[in-house]
Design a protein around this ligand. Structure first.
Ligand SMILES: *Cc1c(COP(=O)(O)O)cnc(C)c1O
Length: 358
């Protein structure tokens, strides 16, 4: 039996997608070879890359003046690629709303005058700072945000309106809700939360911004080079890209981002309503900013938290342990988590509360 997997990443993939990959594993597109065995220059594979780009453009309504890239190195590599491609004046603003936002900021400081213009660290990243009160600096190359904070379970409801191009790490929410791509200079996302196995990272970048990477930028990190080579400058993470395409086809069949967003809102609503109506469980995030992807929660004490994780695992509800920075539990309920997974979790929470009421 398949477990309900609440891992924050790598996370579960839709069952139909895994089954499709299994069917095709030994003979991909009539080649008589596995997709992991063929050249990335093979026509059957370049068709996959093209389809992936086309599906992303369609599902996210990406304007034609944006590049859509498949790169390696994870979102963490992009923390460096962002300044190396964009920091011409040597100056950028960062909003620090969590651990990954902070890492991006620290990486930015290596390359220039990166400033933290707002942070929610004072309250353990349990909210998003008031965007109207942020004093963005003049003449910056970009403003960097992390749109959904995987560890702390917050997300932006609206995005800041900035003079400089807005750059967003959307690793843990890409394709989970509709965003207006034209409002961003660059969006990037590691795939292993909502899209594919680890190994591929999506970059969506306005082409006029990426024409002139800094001289120190390694060739592999130059978005312009990746764009000119259709993401095939060198050997790409072929299997991850292939799996991303299967996930994108699946998402399109389900009705696209609008449809999955409705389902995500519904799933998150069930879980938050249950937590809010319980005196046993607590979620410490300011309600307005609650993530619909990552839901951290605690029981009355750390001992019960540990017991909860252990017994949930035995019941087939796995990877619920919270991040080491936060403790407690975290249910990551990405696109691939079925409603039944969330209702099974809630049923388990009810039972656990009854047995352990303090
Ligand atoms: C997981 C995650 C990362 C790190 O991704 P890697 O692929 O491990 O580098 C960065 N940002 C966010 C928002 C994430 O959720």
């Amino acid at each position: 039996m398949r477990a309900y997997n609440f891992s924050a990443g790598p996370s579960q993939l839709p069952l139909e997608v895994l089954e499709e990959a299994q069917r095709e594993l030994l003979d991909f597109a009539g080649t008589g070879m596995s997709v992991t065995e063929i050249s990335h220059r093979n026509k059957a594979f370049s068709a996959i890359v093209e389809e992936g780009e086309a599906l992303l453009r369609e599902l996210l309504h990406i304007p034609s003046d944006y590049a859509v890239l498949f790169v390696q190195g994870g979102a963490s590599q992009q923390f460096a690629a962002v300044p190396l491609n964009l920091m011409h004046k040597g100056k950028a603003d960062y909003i620090v709303t969590g651990n990954f936002a902070k890492k991006a900021f620290q990486e930015g400081k290596i390359y220039g005058d990166a400033a933290c213009v707002a942070s929610s660290e004072d309250k353990t990243y349990s909210y998003i700072p008031d965007l109207d009160k942020i004093a963005f600096r003049k003449n910056t190359d970009y403003v960097h945000i992390c749109s959904n904070n995987t560890i702390f379970g917050t997300r932006y409801v609206e995005f800041p309106k900035t003079e400089a191009p807005l750059v967003a790490d959307m690793s843990s929410e890409i394709l989970s809700r509709e965003v207006d791509v034209s409002k961003f200079g660059v969006i990037y996302a590691g795939a292993q939360k909502n899209l594919a196995p680890a190994g591929v990272t999506i970059v969506i970048a306005r082409r006029d911004l990426i024409q002139d990477p800094l001289p120190a930028c390694p060739t592999m990190l130059k978005w312009k080079v990746q764009d000119e080579n259709g993401s095939l400058y060198n050997t790409p993470p072929c299997f991850s890209i292939y799996m991303a395409v299967l996930v994108l086809r699946h998402l399109k069949k389900l009705g696209g981002v609008e449809a999955i967003n409705k389902q995500n809102e519904y799933k998150a609503g069930l879980l938050y309503d249950f937590i809010d109506n319980s005196s046993f469980y607590k979620n410490g995030v300011e309600k307005k900013y609650r993530s619909i992807m990552n839901v951290p929660f605690v029981t009355p004490n750390a001992e019960l938290d540990a017991k909860f994780v252990k017994e949930a695992t035995a019941s087939g509800l796995v990877s619920l342990k919270g991040h080491r920075l936060v403790g407690g539990m975290r249910a990551s309920i990405y696109n691939a988590m079925p409603v039944e997974g969330v209702t099974a979790l809630i049923a388990f929470m009810q039972k656990f509360e009854k047995e352990n009421a303090v």
